[in-house]
Design a protein around this ligand. Structure first.
Ligand code: AMP
Length: 231
């Protein structure tokens, strides 16, 4: 059965195509796609765009201007974490991505890397290793200093983080990569312990810093897997 359809919107963004009469098998559409008026004119509804996980997560992250310092646009991921479905779907997507690698440890960078990293470690049945700010970890530690987008700092990992085993596969995770200083320092610590970083997933990647030395050093050691690239 064929219906003569008058397209007044949807299907094509080309203005000349609008209002064009064409023939199309009626079963090419479901009833929900059609609007039929009292004169039996049939319109095809504009297809609804189903947001992707990336788009939904991007929407869920809050921009806080001038925090913690004037001029910094702080990306607040707590509003993403509050959404159980999005948090679950992001971790599930990462777990699926790494399931075929024998990931022994997920390494998380203080503090938001702990939240994402421990969830991912759980999903992968891997151990979780924290990389912390100077002076927070007990016992023997390795230290690495680095420069931040706002300041300078040092991070540490426990010397026995990977139980003294060399060559283990790890995933390093943080919420955001800006200058790359923190992630690069974390990679140096992983390298000192002779583990292999399979990938570096993050929610947000600031592309404006892509040409920095630290970013190039990261690229030479592992692959960044960002969900959202920000120009
Ligand atoms: P960087 O070392 O410059 O790559 O900075 C990355 C670290 O600083 C990550 O642990 C982030 O959590 C934090 N960070 C840097 N810039 C921002 C920002 N604009 N919004 C939120 N966190 C940030």
């Amino acid at each position: 059965m064929y219906f003569r359809l008058s397209f007044s919107k949807g299907l094509s963004m080309n203005k000349q195509e609008k209002h064009k009469e064409i023939e199309k098998p009626i079963n090419a559409f479901s009833l929900e796609d059609l609007i039929i008026d009292e004169h039996n004119n049939v319109e095809v509804k504009m297809a609804k765009h189903k947001p992707t996980l990336r788009e939904e997560i991007e929407q869920s992250i809050t921009n806080i201007p001038d925090f913690p310092k004037k001029g910094i646009l702080f990306k607040d991921i707590t509003t993403f974490l509050q959404n159980g479905r999005l948090f679950y779907d992001y971790i599930e997507m990462l777990a699926h991505r790494y399931q075929t690698y024998k990931i022994e440890y997920v390494v998380g960078i203080e503090a938001r890397g702990f939240i994402l990293g421990s969830a991912l470690a759980f999903a992968l049945k891997a151990g979780f290793v924290p990389i912390r700010k100077k002076g927070k970890l007990p016992g023997k530690v390795l230290s690495q200093s680095y420069t931040l987008e706002y300041g300078k700092d040092s991070i540490e990992i426990k010397e026995d983080a990977f139980a003294g085993i060399k060559g283990v596969n790890v995933v390093l995770i943080d919420d955001l990569i800006a200058t790359g200083g923190t992630a690069n320092a974390a990679l140096q610590l992983i390298k000192k312990l002779e583990a292999k970083c399979i990938e570096l997933p993050c929610l947000i990647n600031f592309l404006e810093f892509a040409e920095r030395k630290e970013r190039k050093e990261i690229d030479s050691q592992t692959h960044i897997f960002p969900l959202i690239d920000i120009e």
